[in-house]
Design a protein around this ligand. Structure first.
Ligand code: URQ
Ligand code: ZN
Ligand code: ZN
Length: 489
């Protein structure tokens, strides 16, 4: 299968330039002006359009069993929706139940994902600890291409990893050359506040943000950053939504700590007023964790994206339809947590980021693709338009106007948190593995066309971290002790 994209402007994270792009055998074969179309099966005229690396969404949950139900979006429909929005790879999550062997859960999720339309990979969650977890982490890194392990500091009584699990799992991840990632909310505080609010008779969706105020996230972010510093491990914090966690990450990075942060497109644009909607269903449809915040947090997130404090954007795509959300009709703590976004992430970020002058097109590529590729050791196979890379591309039409609506979306859910939003800029064509996967909004993707992508251990920053730890064992403890003794009243 050969495909050439003519007359476009190539936009990578580092620069933009005019060039044609030739794809052959699923790889990018050439990126230069004046490429011939002779004998090429598919020719795209990208005049006035941008040719970017396909989006990578590092945080999705297709068909996740969670809170007594299963997310409505499966790996086929969710990856089809991703392609429709210009995303050509997802990193989803294997989430073992406490006591379930990590390897068993991994192979279960691998089976579920076989129907994917685009490439995919998995973070594996550490939700409990014993020798078998230690062993399975090693097997997953060595034999199955896993290089990141997730830890939920929230969801007490379900999948929450307490500090004891973190202090076992983090050093093991470092030893294996894998990156620990975390959902940072204090699960004990959430549990306490949920019970307190319910006792006061607050049972509606408005109880959700009240049980998880920004400081519940900030405390966990600060704590886990300190734990990572003392243990000498790099760290990736998912779905940062609050000023408190952004400040914690900024402070850590200023001190040279390797901390990466992610932001969801939803948290950039939706505020906590949605939980006070008189329509219970609409309010409940927005229940996700961390919750949507007061507006001041959104500007801080935008600043963190354009200022490099946060490196990636994601969606945490985890969909539940109205009748599933209604499981929490009498008790907000029982509303399945999650919202969708995999189809809209790139257009929403382009419109509110690039069109509004907050981000350059190159920033946009870094935040939707290249940085995630670098952090999860997929670069330059993914995340860049250059010869040798996978032919995962999006031909972006900056003039394409669309109104986001649940009734016209490809996502398999009966709600869209961006309902009615008008965006300018979107994918004219999505190319996945060198094949046309979506053209002018028409899906051409096929179930099973997606491939599982191995992610090698020991990215460059991991090697550097290990050398730093050898040079300065317990560096951060020594550093903080030195700092505290530096000044005496
Ligand atoms: O916490 C997560 O990331 C999963 C369980 C999706 N749900 C959510 O509310 N973010
Ligand atoms: Zn989470
Ligand atoms: Zn998630």
């Amino acid at each position: 299968m050969s495909l050439v994209i003519k007359n476009g402007t190539v936009v990578n994270a580092d620069r933009s330039f005019s060039a044609d792009v030739l794809c052959e055998g699923g790889r990018i074969a050439a990126v230069e002006p004046g490429l011939s179309t002779l004998g090429i099966e598919t020719v795209i005229d990208a005049r006035g359009q941008l040719v970017m690396p396909g989006g990578i969404d590092p945080h999705t949950h297709m068909q996740l069993p969670f809170m007594g139900t299963v997310a409505s979006e499966d790996f086929y429909s969710g990856t089809a929706a991703a392609l429709a929005g210009g995303t050509t790879m997802i990193i989803d999550f294997v989430i073992p139940s406490p006591g379930e062997r990590l390897l068993d859960a991994y192979h279960k999720w691998r089976q579920w994902a076989e129907k994917s339309c685009c490439d995919y990979s998995f973070h594996v969650a550490v939700t409990w600890w014993d020798e078998s977890v230690y062993d399975d982490m090693g097997t997953l890194v060595r034999d199955w291409g896993v290089n990141s392990f997730k830890h939920f500091m929230a969801y007490k009584g379900a999948i929450m990893a307490d500090d004891g699990v973190l202090t076992q799992s983090f050093p093991r991840a470092l030893e294996l050359g894998a990156l620990p990632t975390v959902h940072a909310e204090n699960g004990e505080l959430v549990d306490y506040l949920q019970k307190l609010l319910l006792k006061k008779g607050i049972v509606g969706p408005e109880g959700h943000p009240q049980s998880r105020p920004p400081k519940v996230e900030g405390e966990a972010a600060q704590r886990v950053i300190q734990i990572a510093s003392i243990l000498g491990v790099p760290l990736y914090l998912v779905h940062n939504s609050a000023i408190e966690s952004v400040d914690a990450i900024a402070a850590a990075r200023r001190q040279g700590q390797r901390v990466f942060g992610e932001c969801l497109t939803q948290h950039l644009l939706i505020d906590e007023s949605v939980y006070y909607d008189r329509d219970w269903g609409r309010a409940a449809a927005h229940v996700m964790s961390p919750p949507f915040r007061p507006r001041a947090h959104q500007e801080a997130l935008w600043d963190a994206l354009s200022g490099g404090v946060l490196q990636t954007t994601a969606t945490d795509h985890c969909c539940f339809c109205g009748e599933q959300k209604a499981m929490g009709r009498e008790d907000f703590a029982k509303i399945p947590n999650g919202t969708g976004g995999v189809e809209d992430r790139m257009a929403v970020l382009w419109h509110h980021g690039v069109n509004m002058g907050r981000l350059s097109p190159n920033d946009f590529v870094a935040l939707t693709s290249s940085n995630a590729a670098r952090i999860f050791n997929l670069y330059p196979r993914k995340g860049v338009v250059q010869p040798g890379a996978d032919a995962d591309l999006v031909v972006w039409d900056p003039s394409l106007r669309r109104t986001i609506r649940a009734e016209t979306q490809h996502q398999r859910v009966d709600f869209n948190v961006f309902e009615g939003m008008e965006v300018t800029g979107g994918p004219a064509y999505t190319v996945s593995n060198g094949q046309m996967a979506c053209a002018d909004g028409k899906l051409l993707a096929t179930a099973g066309a997606g491939r599982y992508v191995d992610r090698p251990a020991f990215p460059a920053y991991m090697e550097a971290q290990r050398r730093q730890n050898e040079r300065h064992p317990m560096r951060s403890v020594a550093r903080s002790t030195a700092a505290s003794s530096a000044w005496r009243p």
